[in-house]
Design a protein around this ligand. Structure first.
Ligand SMILES: *[C@@H]1O[C@H](CO)[C@@H](O)[C@H](O)[C@H]1NC(C)=O
Ligand SMILES: *[C@@H]1O[C@H](CO)[C@@H](O)[C@H](O)[C@H]1NC(C)=O
Ligand SMILES: *[C@@H]1O[C@H](CO)[C@@H](O)[C@H](O)[C@H]1NC(C)=O
Ligand SMILES: *[C@@H]1O[C@H](CO)[C@@H](O)[C@H](O)[C@H]1NC(C)=O
Ligand SMILES: *[C@@H]1O[C@H](CO)[C@@H](O)[C@H](O)[C@H]1NC(C)=O
Length: 721
């Protein structure tokens, strides 16, 4: 048993490392075009110079960020920057501490402009400018008012720099019932008719006087103002705010220091210790011993729909995720007794690969899925030692992938655009709805993840081919997974280093901020990038992909997977939902983009597909998986449930009862999307495991040998005692 325990560890954690160390490093082809894809002037992207300051325009700009609304259209839609809603308009910034709406199908936070900060004299025609940004913070300048706001995520205070002897005007939609101040005029307490208490701290004396029921104006002032909501009338709470009011963050940086380790650092000014707020996942990850200088104030809390935001004192945090194993094949292998059935399916599936039919797919999403599916067959062939089909699959894959990498595919292709800097598709470059909005930077990690998976498999099986296409392969990866600032692509286009998961929604104004539907496709993207690292012997890419996959999994489990006993969301929402459909920055929905909330099998499916080895890590909580399957089952009594989606439902069931699930999978008459036109059909066409019995069988069979790595380790190690 000790040996088993040991082997488990070796296989799961060290084997991938060994593989990439041993694989042959490839030669970088030199090409004149550093972007590797033809240049295009997109006709659907807005001009970023309206909202970004001049010095930022020569570098890539964020396209799925927590402040995206501030850089789209009029730049005046609100964003939830924990713990406040923030809304800029031409010459002012409004904020509110949101209230929560919830029922059984939706829950969201409500914005109202409770306080608005501006100046009495302003020329109202100049919009704000973003003068610096990172994953943790954004600085907004209001050129017409001398005000500059440091919006740092998780800061309980909104910090404003007032320049050049300016009068500050603060107004409210509520009546200001009272205003009090300390003897040295550096702290004001305002009580509003909605019963909220707000504090204003100033870096030097400031003299506010009330104009009318709704507003106050200061005398001329230069310095720092900090505005904070007081959620608790307890005097300890207020004294903590007093104590930390003089230390203010102006910028935050996040970076990966080691595999599965993320570090935050804030640029702090003023004096004293920095007080920030941590969301529930932060809090879970902060418990590692590296954070010995960080003090958690567990009773100091602000509300948020993401769970309580808890006070943390410290200038840097270290966040360690739970490592996930990245492997080409199933973690524990497939029971040999199933080989013959899988092999006959593989033969059949290989014979059914249809180049003409696949070439006719022009959508980057569905094309990506088609090649990833075929690539999966090649890996399964290796796994069941039926390599005879691999050359045919490889030929099929190369014929399909090369035209996209060579830019010779007539139906679509990748192009580089230099307004925001990144890849767009030909179809997306003049149609913001084509390719699910790929041209406005929607869903990049999803589409490119499928491409990378297929490219990684071909590069692994044919290293010469891999070397030839390495620059293009790396361009696809870098578009969404650049770790360091560079001139081609922004740092982590989709992954949010503060929230710790990805966003899909691109450059578009949404009142609820960014959103993401499929977490499993996001995990697939980082998993695939990690495999690309393995294929090319690139430990940096391997480690970054693995690390992002591990954080994405933890976030999916925290915010999308809703266990029966969950206390994160309101009771009525928890009762009706085992999984979130669309997760927005400040809203949770039961519905999907392509299906109503009642189609629970679609919701389960979109949060599971594609079925790959890392699916095991995403659904490692067997108790939850059982709840999810049981919650889905009443929906299957409807007429018109599609077999494509049933495949995922059974695969999920296979995690805890594979005998029963396997029987049902074998009874399915097809994995095809036969019923076009129904709600699920749009995505079903690509995600149904079309004629890939081998794939699903393998996935289910895996669950018997041991689906869950941590569980295996636990069992093996406990038995050893
Ligand atoms: C943004 O500004 C425009 C133009 O003034 C206005 O029509 C629109 O309603 C504003 N949007 C929001 C969310 O305030
Ligand atoms: C929940 O609230 C939303 C938004 O107000 C509403 O559209 C929906 O019908 C409500 N659902 C239920 C089940 O009450
Ligand atoms: C083989 O493929 C055909 C489609 O060409 C399908 O009808 C049949 O069910 C498949 N058989 C197996 C065992 O997968
Ligand atoms: C391949 O697909 C094309 C286009 O859909 C179809 O016309 C052709 O019959 C298919 N070939 C085979 C061998 O099934
Ligand atoms: C986009 O460009 C293509 C070719 O350049 C053209 O055929 C198509 O009509 C254009 N679509 C739109 C929406 O402008």
């Amino acid at each position: 048993m000790n040996l088993l325990c040991f082997l488990n560890r070796v296989l799961c954690f060290f084997l991938p490392t060994l593989i990439f160390v041993l694989s042959i490093p490839s030669v970088e082809a030199s090409k004149p075009n550093p972007f590797y894809f033809p240049h295009v002037d997109s006709s659907v992207l807005p001009d970023p110079s309206h909202f970004f300051s001049q010095n930022l325009l020569s570098s890539p700009l964020p396209t799925n960020s927590f402040f995206q609304n501030f850089a789209v259209n009029n730049g005046n839609e609100s964003e939830y920057i924990h713990p406040y809603f923030i809304k800029p308009s031409l010459s002012s910034l409004s904020l509110s501490y949101p209230s929560l709406f919830h029922n059984s199908s939706i829950t969201y936070q409500v914005f109202s402009p409770v306080l608005t900060i501006s100046t009495p004299d302003k020329s109202p025609n100049q919009a704000h400018k973003v003068s610096s940004f990172s994953h943790l913070s954004v600085t907004l300048d209001f050129p017409s008012t001398n005000l500059q706001f440091f919006l740092v995520r998780g800061s309980p205070y909104v910090t404003c720099l007032v320049k050049g002897k300016t009068e500050v005007l603060i107004s409210s939609v509520y009546t200001i019932e009272s205003m009090s101040f300390n003897s040295i005029l550096t702290k004001y307490t305002i009580k509003l008719s909605n019963q909220q208490k707000w504090l204003i701290y100033a870096s030097s004396p400031i003299k506010f006087s009330q104009n009318d029921k709704f507003s106050i104006t200061s005398g001329v002032f230069s310095g720092i103002l900090r505005i904070v909501f007081l959620p608790d009338s307890d005097s300890t709470f207020e004294s903590i705010l007093d104590q930390h009011s003089t230390a203010y963050p102006v910028f935050g940086e996040a970076g990966f220091t080691n595999p599965f380790t993320l570090e935050y650092r804030w640029d702090k000014q003023g004096f004293g210790d920095l007080l920030m707020l941590a969301h529930p996942l932060h809090l879970q990850l902060l418990s590692s011993p590296e954070n010995d200088k960080v003090v958690v104030l567990k009773d100091f809390k602000y509300n948020s729909m993401d769970g309580d935001l808890v006070g943390v004192v410290g200038e840097s945090w270290i966040l360690k995720s739970k490592p996930v194993p990245i492997t080409w094949n199933s973690i524990q292998g497939i029971d040999k007794k199933h080989f013959s059935r899988i092999i006959s399916s593989l033969d059949n599936d290989t014979n059914n690969l249809n180049l003409t039919a696949t070439m006719s797919i022009t959508s980057s999403y569905f094309f990506g899925k088609a090649i990833a599916r075929a690539a999966r067959l090649a890996l399964i062939a290796g796994e069941v030692d039926h390599r005879v089909v691999i050359p045919q699959i490889l030929k099929f894959l190369k014929n399909l992938i090369q035209p996209w990498l060579d830019s010779t595919f007539s139906g679509n292709g990748f192009l580089y655009e230099s307004k925001w800097r990144g890849l767009v598709t030909k179809l997306g470059s003049n149609d913001s709805t084509a390719d699910f909005g790929f041209g406005i930077y929607n869903d990049h990690h999803y589409h490119l993840g499928y491409f990378l998976y297929a490219v990684a498999v071909v590069a692994k099986l044919d290293p010469d081919w891999g070397a030839t296409y390495k620059p293009q392969a790396y361009a696809l990866m870098s578009d969404f997974m650049s770790q360091n600032p560079n001139f081609q692509y922004p740092v982590l286009r989709n992954f949010d280093l503060w929230k710790l998961h990805s966003w899909a929604s691109g450059i578009f104004e949404f009142p609820d901020g960014r959103n993401q539907e499929s977490t499993s496709e996001a995990v697939n993207a980082y998993y695939a990038a990690s495999l690309l690292g393995l294929a090319y012997g690139d430990s940096e890419v391997f480690e970054l992909g693995s690390t992002l996959a591990s954080f994405e999994i933890m976030s999916a489990q925290k915010w999308w997977h809703v266990a029966e006993h969950s206390e994160l969301y309101a009771e009525d929402f928890v009762k009706e939902n085992r999984v979130v459909g669309i997760l927005w920055n400040s809203k949770r929905e039961s519905r999907l983009w392509f299906a109503s909330a009642e189609l629970r099998e679609c919701r389960l499916g979109i949060q599971m597909l594609p079925v790959i080895p890392i699916t095991e890590a995403l659904f490692s909580d067997v108790g939850y998986v059982k709840e999810l399957v049981e919650w889905t089952s009443p929906a299957l009594k409807r007429k018109g449930v599609e077999e494509g989606w049933l495949g995922f439902y059974y695969a999920m069931e296979g995690i805890y009862d594979w005998e029963s699930a396997l029987g049902k999978i074998l009874d399915l008459t097809g994995f095809d999307d036969a019923a076009r036109g129904s709600d699920c059909a749009r995505i079903g066409a690509g995600c149904a495991v079309k004629q890939h019995l081998a794939l699903l069988t393998a996935a289910v069979v895996l669950s018997r040998s041991c689906l869950l790595l941590p569980f295996c380790l636990l069992v093996a190690c406990v038995s050893a005692l």
